[in-house]
Write a protein that binds this ligand. Structure first.
Ligand SMILES: NC(=O)c1ccc[n+]([C@@H]2O[C@H](COP(=O)([O-])OP(=O)(O)OC[C@H]3O[C@@H](n4cnc5c(N)ncnc54)[C@H](O)[C@@H]3O)[C@@H](O)[C@H]2O)c1
Ligand SMILES: [Zn+2]
Length: 355
């Protein structure tokens, strides 16, 4: 059999399709063994749904839940389990979980024996609209988010929105931040719908439209040489905040970090003359109402640390911090070189942050 491991290829995305189709897809892959990777929560809440609906034989590998475990240690545990349980190049890995499982399970599969095939089965809203799409895999290392990783596409992405029934509310909100991001960077219509309290758009349609936005951008630039950088909107400062909190043992969910990142980057965009005050106020009021109960407590030193983390972020070259900044809802600029001092100034003056 031909190894179907490493290559960047098109892959289908199935949303709320009948489970029998999943059986058929898995059978067509003719794998010798199937491994399902879960975390403690998705093993409890999602694996039973899979077991009830599909008729595949599998070995399961479960790891503790949470970003803290998106580490080299856990990856080593996954590699060990795959080896001990007899994973070969003809095996199949199914990543059943949120973005942590998708990124780390995918990375483990992509590196084991130079790549075994894997399927992404996202169970959090964030992983359905974002993490499982686009082929980026990875783990955190030395307190830096996603610093080790690879680009590898799955055989398919299988989304079943019933998984969302057991997702905690703050995790749902975390995923919704990426939906806000997608709408703001490329589709003002979608932003208007999200921003309209009377809109009746359902979660299935929202997921589908968000995936279309992300895929369209990724297709134009699979390796992030240019336009794909618009997906980093909210993430330059967001990642800085997330890593800062991670290394200080305080927890900040990814989507919340991105929400604050979008607000601060909007203020940066106003300061640099790209975004109007009016648009910034409308967007930031919408985000604040959902994500900001009280201002973020960050001392002057903490702000400096966040910016120094941003400087070491892999996306920055030549010691310049490059940001993706909104020009208006639906239009995002990228590769905007920003001085560190300007970011510190904007963060220090921001009402989102208190000392
Ligand atoms: N690869 C990419 O392009 C990409 C894009 C965005 C984010 N990410 C990564 O994704 C991660 C964040 O993803 P996440 O928010 O899904 O985190 P996560 O995987 O930690 O999931 C969040 C929490 O929800 C639980 N959970 C997941 N699905 C559940 C369900 N159906 N029922 C009950 N509990 C459930 C998990 O156990 C976990 O406790 C970050 O590590 C981030 O770097 C990657
Ligand atoms: Zn994100």
């Amino acid at each position: 059999m031909v190894n179907k491991g490493i290559r960047m290829k098109e892959y289908p995305i199935y949303i709320d399709r009948p489970w029998q189709e999943f059986d058929t897809i898995v059978r067509s892959l003719e794998s010798d063994k199937i491994f399902i990777i879960t975390d403690s929560n998705t093993r409890l809440h999602c694996l039973p749904i899979l077991v009830e609906n599909v008729s595949i034989q599998f070995e399961s590998i479960s790891i503790p839940a949470g970003e803290d475990y998106k580490s080299l240690n856990t990856t080593t545990d996954i590699w060990s389990s795959l080896l001990d349980k007899g994973c070969t190049r003809q095996s199949l890995v199914i990543n059943l979980g949120g973005g942590v499982i998708g990124d780390m399970g995918g990375f483990s599969a992509a590196t084991y024996m130079r790549g075994v095939r894997f399927i992404q089965m996202p169970t959090s809203l964030l992983s359905m609209v974002d993490a499982s799409i686009g082929g980026k895999l990875g783990i955190d290392f030395k307190g830096i988010k996603n610093i080790l990783g690879s680009f590898n596409n799955p055989e398919c992405v299988w989304i079943n929105t019933t998984f969302l029934d057991t997702l905690p509310e703050e995790q749902y909100n975390s995923g919704f931040a990426e939906i806000i991001k997608h709408s703001l960077i490329s589709e003002s219509n979608l932003w208007n719908q999200i921003n309209d309290d009377s809109s009746t758009i359902g979660i299935g349609e929202l997921i589908e439209r968000n995936i279309a936005i992300k895929q369209d951008i990724v297709k134009q630039d699979p390796k992030e040489a240019g336009i794909r950088k618009v997906l980093n909107y909210g993430h330059t400062i967001g990642h800085g905040l997330e890593s800062y909190f991670l290394s200080n043992s305080r927890s900040l969910l990814h989507g919340y970090a991105v929400a604050y990142g979008m607000m601060l980057e909007n203020e940066l965009s106003v300061a640099l003359g790209h975004l109007s005050n009016k648009d910034c106020n409308t967007i930031n009021a919408f985000i604040a109402a959902r994500y900001l109960e009280s201002p973020l407590k960050l001392s002057k030193d903490a702000i400096n640390e966040v910016v120094s983390i941003m400087r070491s972020d892999k996306k920055n070259t030549d010691d310049v911090i490059r940001c993706s900044l909104l020009e208006s809802p639906g239009k995002c600029l990228y590769n905007i070189a920003v001085k560190e001092a300007t970011i510190i100034e904007v963060m220090t003056a921001s009402e989102i942050i208190t000392a």
